[in-house]
Design a protein around this ligand. Structure first.
Ligand code: PEP
Ligand code: MG
Length: 325
């Protein structure tokens, strides 16, 4: 059934029983940002900074990064922008960084592991983000976290940069929120400890699915096994959201599942606070949110979470979706 979603562009993502949900966008550059604004994104839930580092011949300097982050902060005015630190490795390689060949790149030198090993990359990026934070509402997001030590080291780094900026009388947002991606089973399993260290979680279902099911997200041979509706993945997502709420914090989702219409009711029912979608998916997700009550979403989610297999899970979701007008 094709419908014109443009008419809900200026309406809020609010359920029939008046619960307001945040819909934000995933972007990789300014072009994406323009799209996100065109489709009425309320905020940026994921800015993938790796694109700033690709298709070049050397690392971007602190000032170059500062200008990019400042531009995005200013364009979004007082709407928040979540900047994810460099997430390369895996399938994203940067020629000038001379990566060594790895047997299992997705289990190897990737994302935060690179930033923690190459402190000058981390320092430069965090300093640029902090300097830009005085021009808007920025948040910092760290990818591929597996342990409490990582986040403690990262926070210590931020603390030192803040001290240095203070000394030099450079302005920044001293309360800039710090969050981590939940995209490894480890981080979901120890979410209870991690949440004490951060302001928010953002669930990365693309990697969380890959690592939980041990299914390479890009391998055609096993693509039929790659499914974020697997009860193991759903159970981790549910647990993580609950833990964040118990600790007075919030959880967003920036993985593809947040852009999937079949998951919207379920994620609502689990209490997800922020859906960060591809710019082109904003309206279809908003449309579903506006057609259900949180009450019904919770009811159906309780049933879904009892199911033992993907087939029954999908059947329940589809039955419920048929009833939506
Ligand atoms: C994810 O893993 O779900 C995610 C949002 O990060 P990326 O797709 O950039 O790995
Ligand atoms: Mg990821």
């Amino acid at each position: 059934k094709k419908q014109n979603l443009n008419k809900i562009k200026h309406l809020s993502p609010i359920t029939l029983d008046n619960h307001k949900i945040e819909i934000s966008a995933n972007i990789g550059n300014i072009n994406d940002l323009n799209y996100a604004q065109k489709y009425g994104a309320q905020s940026i839930g994921l800015y993938r900074t790796e694109f700033l580092f690709m298709e070049r011949t050397k690392l971007p300097s602190e000032d170059e990064q500062f200008v990019s982050y400042k531009t995005i902060a200013q364009k979004m005015k007082n709407q928040s922008v979540t900047i994810r630190t460099l997430d390369i490795g895996g399938d994203k390689k940067i020629p000038y960084m001379h990566f060594k060949k790895e047997e299992n790149p997705f289990l190897g030198w990737r994302a935060i592991r690179i930033s923690l090993d190459k402190k000058e990359i981390l320092y430069t990026q965090l300093r640029a983000i902090l300097r830009a934070s005085q021009f808007g509402r920025l948040r910092i997001l760290f990818p591929m976290i597996i342990s409490i030590e990582e986040i403690q080291t990262l926070k210590e780094e931020i603390k030192q940069i803040k001290q240095d900026l203070n000394k030099k009388r450079i302005l920044f947002d001293s309360n800039i929120p710090i969050g981590i991606m939940i995209e490894t089973p480890s981080s979901a399993i120890i979410a209870e400890h991690l949440i004490k260290e951060v302001d928010f979680f953002s669930i990365g279902t693309n990697d969380l699915t890959q690592y939980t099911l041990a299914v390479d997200r890009g391998n055609q041979l096993v693509s039929k096994l790659y499914n974020p509706f697997h009860p193991s993945v759903l159970s981790l997502i549910h647990k993580v959201i609950q833990i964040s709420h118990k600790n007075g914090k919030w959880t967003g989702m920036c993985g593809e599942l947040a852009s999937n219409e079949l998951a919207t009711i379920l994620l609502l029912g689990m209490g997800l606070d922020e859906f960060s979608t591809n710019p082109s998916s904003i309206l279809k997700i908003k449309n579903i949110i506006r057609k259900v009550t949180l009450y019904d979403a919770k009811r159906i989610t309780q049933q879904v979470l009892k199911q033992k297999n993907i087939y029954n899970i999908m059947k329940l979701i589809q039955q419920f979706m048929m009833l939506l007008k």
